[in-house]
Design a protein around this ligand. Structure first.
Ligand SMILES: [Zn+2]
Ligand SMILES: [Zn+2]
Ligand SMILES: [Zn+2]
Length: 766
């Protein structure tokens, strides 16, 4: 008779790990106990040596799908005489408070089976969940994670649910949101004035019918409202775009399952896994050309955002929808965030009526309150790696583990694509995507988010770190409202510190920050930067940059990329030549005005932004003149590139007293020449991508040679360009350089708050 003690660490608390250990021990006929503690989950089992080995193996291989084991330590301990059972021991109060709240999980296969089984008591019940699935983060007001602290508190469990909840053999043992049609939340359908419709019928069945009829519905989901319509109904999609005031930005679609996804797009094994796993983010995929989805879904790209149904409500909606379709028809719904333009996603029923009444024809509502807004996450798979465009549902609030501990710090984040970050010891908690803080509603969400995260993590930050830009709302919050000691950190150093932290890298690193714009230390706008960062002593140097180019009109140049092209042409002395550009009427319309601004240096800040170079090339080629969402020019430029390879453009590296200047003006000049010779935009775009990537690799090599540093960190919004991402990774690896890319956060400004927080921890210590 042997007794062993295991300490299990990783994502093992609040994910049904204790009942799993209980069932496993009983299966193997072992006695002992399991308990959640601040050290991790502690399991003691007693029995024959051989059985203990089998138990240890099953612990690793058969654990609940959402659990993730990072380490198991085991040791033999003294066996207990007369022990008869295996028991689950409740945790000490202070330990319960340490248990992290887990993200929201997609409906699991067991619950799916029940929902689709006409003989089950949860048949077509839209709030079915168990220990392995269901809402967590978005229904939790405070810790510990108990039903009374969630929005399920107002529903009393019926006796059947109660016995499931109390039975360690049941997969709903301690499932806090447990519910059934007897006792749980309900759905209803209203028209746009809020009047109940079809009360006597099934609201989900009626919703499916209305969607099939081409109507637009606001659907209350897990982390907020979606706007939904039939993805095959071109008129409905166009109408949704018109009402939402979103002319071009891609719209994601939802489909019932992986099988349907495979009809619409080709998926590799990693994409298949993500599509049916516990997270089910939106994945950008290359669609199968034979599909007849509305061409208005993503007019600017070759890809389409697809996710599988992740809540029971969505699953049931599709069950009804399928009954309205023929065998050949594919069930697919647009499911886009329920908001206008840059506002945050709607959360409450009243708020949804107020803000979506001009958009939705009908509202599919329920009475389980959403306490925290959380959008769908958006991921891409490039080769064998996954990357983020947006990180929210399914990932938040999981921490990034830092190399060292420290005081709690708030990273206030940037202005656009804002997230915030709070540290607790050696863990950094980056919030869900918050958005554009210039919008008042989003700024309110930003403040809600800081409060809520502080509350559930039980931390009081000692300092805040903000961007150098004095007018960002996040900077103002840190300086004027937080009441904390404030440090400021330049935007692109924050990018590089973030990518280093995600890779647990310590030491010196050459940073390539390929970004839109961020305020630089010299007062100009940076964004094509060659940096040296050492996170052991926070050495930060600018080793080089792109050629600075004036942006006539300042902020409005970003929305009207033809102005940026004009800035490039002005610096090259070519303005006469292409200000007459026939593809961009705006060029000639404002020609004189623009020339005056540039010549007299009025409202024309200098920018080294890599994103601005993309904008300028896209505008020069006549692909965009003004944009309706961030990065639109670069996205179209990537889409239209020819599939073949062409000779490189020359991009010199100038060794100057200001560092290594990447001569992007010379690059732009050659593009102008190609264009004037009538070379097609597809060929020019391909040459541009290939040449820029090759030049960036050479630039990094030059810095590596000069400094002796062999690690290159890649960050910035331009790294979302998959062509550049792929070319850079392979090019740098070929030069035997160690490449760091983002692993847990997007390369765009969503990672800034993490870099800031890491910097703040260091500053407090020193
Ligand atoms: Zn389940
Ligand atoms: Zn019940
Ligand atoms: Zn940035």
């Amino acid at each position: 008779m042997i007794r062993k003690k295991y300490i299990v660490n990783g994502r093992v608390q609040g994910v049904g790990f204790r009942p799993f250990a209980y069932r496993l021990a009983r299966e193997h006929g072992l006695t002992g106990m399991v308990q959640n503690t601040s050290e991790g989950v502690i399991i003691e089992v007693q029995g024959a040596g051989k059985t203990l080995d089998l138990f240890a193996r099953d612990l690793q291989t058969k654990h609940p799908p959402i659990a993730e084991i990072i380490s198991i330590q085991d040791q033999e301990v003294k066996s207990l005489a007369g022990e008869k059972h295996f028991s689950i021991i409740s945790s000490a109060a202070q330990d319960e408070h340490r248990v992290l709240i887990s993200p929201d999980w997609a409906v699991c296969p067991d619950c799916t089976r029940e929902i689709l089984d006409p003989d089950d008591r949860r048949y077509l019940y839209p709030f079915t969940n168990c220990t392995n699935c269901g809402p967590r983060y978005t229904i939790t007001a405070s810790i510990p994670y108990d039903r009374k602290n969630t929005s399920m508190a107002v529903f009393d469990m019926c006796s059947t649910c109660m016995s499931e909840y109390g039975d360690p053999e049941d997969r709903r043992f301690h499932a806090q949101p447990n519910a059934c049609p007897e006792c749980g939340p309900v759905v209803w359908l209203t028209d746009h004035r809020g009047a109940h419709v079809f009360q006597t019928e099934d609201p989900l069945e009626r919703s499916a019918f209305l969607l099939k009829q081409g109507r637009i519905l606001a659907v209350k989901g897990l982390g907020g409202f979606h706007l939904a319509c039939n993805a095959f109904d071109h008129d409905a999609v166009k109408e949704l775009r018109r009402r939402k005031n979103r002319p071009h930005k891609p719209l994601a679609i939802m489909i019932p399952d992986l099988m349907t996804a495979e009809k619409l797009a080709k998926l590799n094994p990693l994409e298949q896994e993500l599509m049916q796993g516990p997270i089910r983010p939106i994945l950008t995929l290359e669609p199968n050309p034979v599909h007849a989805l509305s061409p208005a879904l993503s007019p600017d790209t070759n890809r389409i955002g697809i996710m599988t149904a992740y809540t029971p409500l969505h699953l049931v909606l599709f069950e009804h929808l399928k009954r309205h379709l023929s065998e050949q028809e594919i069930p697919a719904l647009v499911m886009t965030s329920g908001n206008m333009g840059s506002e945050p996603i709607c959360l409450g029923n009243a708020e949804a009526f107020d803000r979506l009444k001009g958009i939705a024809d009908y509202f599919l509502l329920h009475n389980r309150d959403i306490l925290v807004r959380c959008d769908d996450s958006v991921l891409f798979v490039n080769g064998r790696d996954e990357g983020y465009y947006r990180r929210a549902r399914g990932f938040v609030p999981e921490p990034v583990f830092l190399n060292r501990g420290g005081a709690s710090v708030l990273g206030a984040g940037p202005e656009l694509k804002n997230t915030i970050c709070l540290t607790k010891h050696d863990q950094a908690f980056v919030s869900q995507h918050i958005g554009d803080l210039k919008n008042l509603e989003t700024y309110t969400f930003f403040r809600e988010c800081i409060n809520h995260l502080q509350h559930i993590l039980r931390v009081n930050p000692r300092a805040a770190v903000c961007d150098l830009h004095p007018d960002y709302m996040s900077t103002r919050f840190a300086r004027d409202e937080s009441g904390l000691q404030v440090f400021a950190l330049q935007h692109h150093f924050a990018h590089i510190l973030a990518v280093m932290a995600e890779n647990s890298f310590q030491g010196p690193c050459i940073g390539l920050a390929l970004d839109g714009s961020g305020l630089g230390l010299d007062g100009t706008l940076w964004g094509g930067e060659l940096l040296l960062v050492d996170n052991r002593d926070m050495t930060m140097k600018r080793l080089g940059h792109f050629q600075p180019v004036p942006l006539p009109g300042g902020d409005s140049a970003v929305l009207e990329p033809w102005r940026i092209a004009a800035g490039y042409l002005f610096r090259l002395g070519l303005d006469d030549l292409v200000l007459e550009n026939k593809d961009s009427p705006a060029f000639s319309r404002d020609k004189e005005n623009l020339r005056r601004m540039l010549e007299r240096d009025i409202n024309s800040p200098l920018s080294t932004g890599c994103g601005r170079l993309y904008d300028a090339v896209a505008a020069l080629l006549g692909l965009v003149s003004s944009i309706s969402y961030e990065g639109q020019g670069a996205i179209i430029l990537e889409k239209i590139q020819s599939a073949q390879d062409y000779p490189f453009y020359d991009v010199p590296i100038l060794d100057t007293e200001h560092g290594f200047i990447l001569d992007t003006l010379v690059l732009f000049e050659q593009i102008c020449r190609d264009k004037n010779q009538g070379i097609g935009p597809g060929v020019i775009s391909r040459r541009f991508h290939l040449s820029l990537a090759r030049a960036l690799c050479a630039w990094a090599r030059t810095a590596a040679k000069k400094t002796g540093v062999k690690t290159i960190g890649l960050s910035g919004g331009v790294m979302q360009n998959l062509t550049l991402d792929k070319l850079l990774r392979t090019g740098l690896k070929k030069s035997s350089l160690n490449v760091l890319t983002h692993k847990s956060l997007p390369p765009n400004d969503a990672c800034i708050s993490l870099g800031q927080a890491v910097f703040g921890q260091y500053m407090l210590e020193s």
